[in-house]
Design a protein around this ligand. Structure first.
Ligand SMILES: [Mg+2]
Length: 385
């Protein structure tokens, strides 16, 4: 079997006006689905994170990385080594190329599973099973506290036992939001908070002084990823469980995260796909950290993440966005099952889902970023981002 074509399908679905997510105002939802075809008739699907330059990511798939693999057998790890030798070795990987390659790698694993007639997780040596799902993505964001509490209660009613709120409006406002949600959802629900690097070190310490170190299941990305010294100072001054790593694009960058984080959060659509993710799972055992992946929203990214989760222990979670646009969630044939706070790893060959592109024709990809910085309403101080 040989690879005959690699193509990125980029769509930009508009968001309702006024939506604000962890990284600012949401203009649209970009989606880069990667299709790999073979001369055996098997077709695999993957997803590349769109970053802040989705058209560039799609271009890297179509014109830089993809053409180097056409004509080769679709073995995922062999292809990874080829790209490593031909491209990454001389030019260093870089975030955009690694995000782009992630979609190709995931599609190759989809093909490998289909060819073997088994789910991707079985190729890795693990069994399909169900895993806990928490509410992440563009939910529980920068609303008035009453709205936030009402939304948190709705997710609890829907069966979720983990949920993540977005903070970064400043320690006083954030502490109030954390306390209100924590109190509203009850002791059997874990509450996490994601700062998306909106804090300075002093803000993070001030928040923890207000809420204590045991209130949150984890505090995610309080500082900018390159503020390594500040992260080490934060680590030395709190026992709060800290999480990060969704913006690491290699094992080496994740190693920097391990210097301060208890939980690492590699994303299969950003770290280079499932091939490097397998290495992360192995090394994380040596590092002694939990792995709870960051996960984007489409049916492909969620399916790939689920197969990756099969190799992790009971202390991991699927990050799930129940508010995702239905167009990105639709499948040809059976879709993913996420119910009562649990997600099932598909037990069908390959990823076990095929995306349905019908209805997306009207939303061709646009080149600009999906989101942009914006002042946060209700902030008690300028978070400086
Ligand atoms: Mg995050």
């Amino acid at each position: 079997m040989r690879i005959t074509g690699i193509k990125a399908h980029h769509f930009s679905v508009p968001m309702p006006p006024g939506r604000v997510g962890g990284v600012g105002r949401l203009f649209k939802r970009d989606w880069i689905a990667v299709e790999v075809s073979t001369d055996a008739g098997l077709v695999g699907w993957g997803e590349s994170h769109h970053g802040q330059a989705p058209a560039a990511i799609a271009n890297l798939v179509d014109h830089v990385l993809g053409p180097q693999l056409v004509g080769l057998p679709p073995h995922p790890a062999e292809c990874w080594l080829r790209i490593q030798e031909r491209y990454f070795r001389t030019h260093s990987p870089g975030a955009a190329a690694v995000m782009a390659y992630s979609g190709i790698d995931i599609a190759l694993w989809d093909i490998a599973g289909q060819a073997a007639g088994v789910p991707v997780c079985v190729l890795f040596g693990y069994a399909p099973k169900r895993v806990r799902a928490y509410v992440g993505g563009h939910n529980l964001t920068y609303q008035p506290v009453d709205d936030l509490v009402a939304e948190a209660r709705r997710w609890r009613e829907a069966g979720f036992r983990g949920m993540k709120i977005r903070i970064g409006r400043g320690p006083a406002v954030d502490a109030e939001a954390v306390r209100a949600v924590r109190e509203a959802v009850g002791p059997d629900v874990e509450v996490f908070a994601d700062v998306n690097a909106r804090y300075r070190l002093a803000d993070a310490l001030a928040l923890l002084e207000r809420i204590g170190s045991g209130t949150l299941g984890w505090l995610e990305e309080p500082l900018a990823v390159e503020e390594r010294a500040a992260y080490r100072r934060l680590r030395s001054r709190t026992s709060q469980v800290l999480a990060g790593g969704e913006n690491a694009y290699s094992l080496r960058e994740l190693e920097d995260t391990v210097a301060w984080a208890d939980i690492i959060q590699p994303d299969v659509t950003k770290i280079g796909g499932l091939t490097p993710f397998r290495d992360v799972v192995a090394v994380a055992r040596l590092w002694g950290v939990r792995v709870v992946p960051h996960a984007m929203h489409s049916v492909i990214a969620q399916a790939a993440t689920l197969h990756a989760l099969a190799g992790l222990g009971a202390d991991t979670w699927l990050e799930h966005d129940p508010g995702v646009d239905p167009l990105l969630w639709q499948a040809e044939g059976p879709g993913l099952v996420i119910r009562d706070g649990w997600a099932e790893i598909p037990d069908r060959p390959g990823l076990g889902v095929r995306p349905r592109l019908a209805g997306l024709e009207g939303y061709p990809g646009t080149p600009g970023p999906s989101y942009g910085p914006t002042p946060l309403a209700g902030a008690d101080e300028d978070p400086g981002r």
